[in-house]
Design a protein around this ligand. Structure first.
Ligand code: F3S
Length: 430
């Protein structure tokens, strides 16, 4: 049976457990781990998995929910945090490399109501507990930029849809899209149910995308992903005719694919480790039909995420997914000796580890001297920072900023984003 979740598996199958797994399920390692095991088994059965396999690498969410600033009771937040404290009272599975996804606050001082001091205090406490449990508290949506770079074939349990696409498509690792609970369970138990793109037969391309557009900037690759994600849905697009992307371009492609669609992986012919040819990407049978991404489609995709009714702006948000050191260097070079317009917030989202590098290399100082800041651990979308009109180089940021905060958005390449920040208004692409 072909389903969006896999091609050959009946949903509702029975997960066969090893004696060791059955013992955990029966409570041999205590009621909490038995509960996590029940979740994994139930999820696996719902998704058609036949077994649980050893997991090498996880990327889990350990966030204090940003509810207090919106009037949620302290009890509600405490209850949620208590669950995470309990999770962090165990050790991560031996040999499993476990990193942590973004939080809803920054651990740095930031004077906005959304960075609620009580929430920050709890998040810091959880960061410490997580580190003691064996997690590396990276607080980033791009773990592959800060050391978590699984090898081809590694079995992963990653949250963050953009990182999932990157892991499968660029690194050749294997992970389905995980939620909070399943990634924590996988981290502590060391197993994951095997289904979807973890299985060879489900990594076959489903949509051929012929690319003739000139992809000249990092954001252009985001446009390609946004276009293809919409058409691929839960399938696996295969890109043919494109050159090899840079790491930043691949990051934008993967993020946008997971934003407009539910894509878990793509093939870039000649780049994805298991897709040296078009035939290999489709496991032999290359479809004759294809969708075309040409220069007109590129222009139309940009236009689809520009809904501004005026040119004055109040926010320029860069680094979605979290910026690489190369992106930060580029932003610093565009800002050196200049000043961001009054009333404009220029934030570059990045992992704390990347910012530490930027601090050491002097890039942070240049960005701050210009009136910008590097925002660590989170991003404005996660924080739900209100804005009226946002300019961003990330298709994912533009998509969610519009849908979650109601802001007007303009997606553009990095250069025009910086020019807008300096002028306080959108000046166009050139
Ligand atoms: Fe990361 Fe936030 Fe974008 S979590 S992928 S910077 S929406």
């Amino acid at each position: 049976m072909q389903t969006p979740f896999g091609h050959n598996h009946e949903r509702g199958a029975v997960v066969e457990l090893t004696p060791e797994q059955q013992a955990v399920l029966d409570g041999a390692r205590g009621p909490y781990l038995a509960k996590l095991m029940r979740w994994l088994v139930a999820w696996g059965e719902a998704m058609g998995a036949r077994r649980l396999v050893r997991v090498d690498n996880t990327h889990a969410l350990l966030p204090v929910p940003n509810l207090m600033a919106r009037g949620a009771s302290r009890e509600t937040v405490e209850q949620y945090v208590a669950e995470l404290r309990e999770a962090c009272s165990y050790r991560t599975a031996p040999g499993c490399y476990c990193t942590v996804h973004t939080a809803f606050v920054t651990l740095d001082p930031l004077d906005v109501p959304e960075n609620d001091p009580e929430q920050v205090r709890l998040q810091k406490e959880l960061a410490e507990l997580a580190a003691q449990a064996g997690f590396i508290p990276t607080f980033t949506c791009a773990p592959y930029l800060v050391g978590n770079v699984p090898l081809k074939g590694e079995i992963c349990a990653w949250t963050e849809s953009s990182a999932v696409v990157y892991a499968n498509s660029i690194l050749g690792a294997r992970t389905v899209r995980h939620g909070n609970e399943s990634a924590i369970a996988a981290s502590l138990l060391g197993w994951v149910p095997e289904f979807g793109v973890m299985l060879e037969e489900n990594r076959k391309g489903t949509l051929r995308v012929e690319v003739t557009a000139h992809l000249d900037s990092t954001t252009d690759w985001g446009a390609l992903g946004y276009f293809a994600g919409k058409r691929a849905g839960l399938g696996i697009p295969v890109f043919h005719g494109v050159r090899r992307p840079t790491q930043d371009e691949a990051k934008q492609l993967c993020a946008a694919l997971a934003t407009s669609g539910g894509v878990s992986m793509c093939h870039i012919v000649g780049v994805t480790p298991e897709a040296p040819t078009l035939e290999a990407a489709f496991h032999g049978a290359v479809p004759k039909d294809f969708v075309l991404f040409d220069d007109q489609a590129l222009r139309e995709t940009y236009a689809s995420l520009r809904n501004h009714t005026g040119d004055e702006i109040d926010s320029v948000i860069l680094g979605c997914p979290h910026a690489s050191i190369r992106e930060i260097a580029e932003i610093a070079s565009l800002l050196r000796g200049k000043r961001v317009a009054k009333g404009v917030r220029l934030w570059v989202d990045a992992a704390r580890a990347t910012k530490a590098s930027a601090d050491a290399m002097g890039f942070t100082g240049v960005i701050e001297d210009a009136g910008g800041r590097i925002l660590c651990d989170t991003c404005p979308t996660n924080m739900r920072i209100p804005a009226r009109r946002i300019v961003t180089h990330g298709f994912k940021q533009a998509h969610y900023a519009r849908s979650m905060t109601g802001a007007e958005v303009i997606v553009a390449e990095t250069g025009p984003c910086i020019r807008a920040a300096l002028a306080g208004r959108w000046l166009g692409d050139d």
